[in-house]
Design a protein around this ligand. Structure first.
Ligand code: SDX
Length: 427
């Protein structure tokens, strides 16, 4: 029973008392569920003031720049865990024992191949298709092959679907890249790590042995950890909305991929690198900052700003450190990193960005690392989607565990009042 109350008094109505619900961390929420039955709707496009659900998976404190997965801070996970261990924690809520982890890892490893007939699905796409279009289409089509994991009311079906998606997304993602290149698909290898297997499927060819660079393997695993989950972001909310109708897991994850593709969300990493390439040199930064501040210019500083973080995105800090490590390991000096660091320095001292609390987000440095690893910008959001799949599944499962209720918001209608119709067209 909530002991805190809020009161809403609508014009001409008696006051309505509402419960204030308290979480473990973060702000309290006003429970407005009873308002609908009283014919009162709240108005909140973009959900800037709306908690859409209760969740135990991830907590973000935007003011303090805190990100916790099941209570564990992201910087500790990024430096001391692995993507598969973080996946276990996100899915099951607790750290695995050594035995539990070995079983989990073996199951994921043993399901990385996809149905051989799916390889023919790729050939329906043009070679120059954006890999996100292919990923979205192929992921949705998995429902046509894996009928034993479609019953969303069966927890075992949901668990099988979770393993299938976690296991197969790297394989499908790498196939999107190989298909674009016109190179043969590379089968997964069970002797490699999750990140190492992905890099091998991306860069190996049948003509010679490809040895995974352990520094790049660790960097990729860290990038996957940093992108694994992030509370009720646009794509996760999309997965929850799609799942609320009872849609199968493959369709829900495909919906999440579609939402993530947008440049305001997961597409920002690709857009950020393009922006840095367009800026090209420090001397051009002032002009781009002027455009970013110009209300009449749609240009935004990609990789900057966040709906929740009004402080440094803790993932951006780890990403910047990883960026320096990878470039040092590869003996590379990327002028774009110099541009990015100068852009960050200038923006963080500019009143426009300071007043709006705009800081670099997870997408600001990721593109430079991925580019240094030889990954084309068209694949950046594919890698984001691959990493976020475990977060999407965790939220989809949590929604089912809590009992799904179809997401069906209402609206403020400002169209025509009723009017009679007669056609003006020639009979
Ligand atoms: C991700 O939600 C998540 O958790 C997402 C994510 C995840 O892990 O799932 O963290 C991943 O999507 C990170 C964000 C990646 N997107 C970008 O980097 C694109 C650039 N950023 C902006 O489009 C923007 O900051 C958003 C979309 C990220 C957030 O937008 P909001 O919260 O709706 O804020 P807003 O657009 O209302 O901006 C507030 C003000 C506005 O100015 P005023 O009208 O108040 O004068 O800040 C300005 C905006 O014009 N502003 C920017 C800006 N971002 C906001 N101005 C210039 N450049 C920017 N990047």
């Amino acid at each position: 029973m909530a002991d805190k109350k809020a009161t809403i008094t609508c014009p001409g109505e008696t006051a309505v008392e509402l419960d204030v619900l308290q979480g473990t961390l973060g702000q309290d929420v006003i429970d407005i569920r009873s308002l609908g039955s009283k014919g009162v709707f709240t108005f909140d496009p973009g959900f800037t003031s709306t908690a859409s659900c209760e969740s135990k998976i991830t907590f973000i404190d935007g003011d303090e720049g805190i990100l916790l997965h099941r209570g564990y801070p992201i910087d500790q996970l990024a430096t001391s865990s692995s993507y598969l261990e973080v996946s276990y924690i996100l899915l099951y809520g607790e750290k695995p024992t050594q035995k539990e982890f070995e079983e989990f890892k073996t199951t994921v490893t043993r399901h990385t191949m996809i149905h051989e007939q799916i390889t023919r699905l790729f050939h329906g796409f043009r070679r120059d298709s954006h890999p996100m279009a292919v990923l979205c289409g192929v992921t949705g089509a998995l429902a046509a092959f894996y009928h034993d994991s479609l019953d969303v009311n069966n927890p075992r079906h949901r668990e099988i679907a979770a393993f299938r998606l976690l296991s197969k997304m790297p394989t499908v993602a790498a196939m999107c890249y190989k298909y674009a290149l016109g190179q043969p698909f590379i089968y997964p290898r069970n002797d490699l790590s999750y990140a190492g297997n992905f890099l091998h499927m991306m860069f190996a060819t049948p003509c010679e042995e490809y040895v995974v660079n352990p520094v790049l393997e660790r960097a990729m695993d860290r990038i996957l950890i940093l992108h694994a989950d992030h509370e009720q972001n646009a794509s996760t909310s999309t997965v929850r909305t799609a799942g609320s109708s009872g849609a199968n897991p493959f369709a829900c994850i495909a919906a999440g991929i579609a939402s993530l593709w947008g440049p305001a969300h997961g597409g920002a990493n690709e857009a950020c690198l393009k922006m840095l390439e367009e800026i090209n040199h420090k001397e051009h930064i002032p002009e781009f900052l002027r455009r970013a501040k110009d209300k009449n210019d749609s240009f935004r500083l990609m990789g900057f700003g966040h709906r929740v973080y009004k402080n440094y995105d803790p993932r951006a800090t780890v990403m910047r450190e990883t960026c320096h490590e990878v470039l040092q390991e590869l003996g590379m000096k990327d002028d774009l990193l110099e541009v990015a660091m100068e852009l960050e320095h200038i923006a963080l001292h500019d009143p426009y960005f300071i007043e709006r609390k705009l800081y670099p987000n997870v997408d600001f440095y990721s593109g430079i690392i991925l580019k240094a690893m030889g990954i084309p910008s068209s694949m950046f959001t594919v890698i984001f989607a691959m990493a976020r799949t475990v977060g999407w599944i965790a939220h989809w499962n949590e929604m089912h565990d809590d009992g799904i209720k179809i997401a069906r918001p209402r609206q403020l209608y400002t169209g025509y009042a009723q009017r009679d119709f007669t056609s003006d067209l020639a009979k």
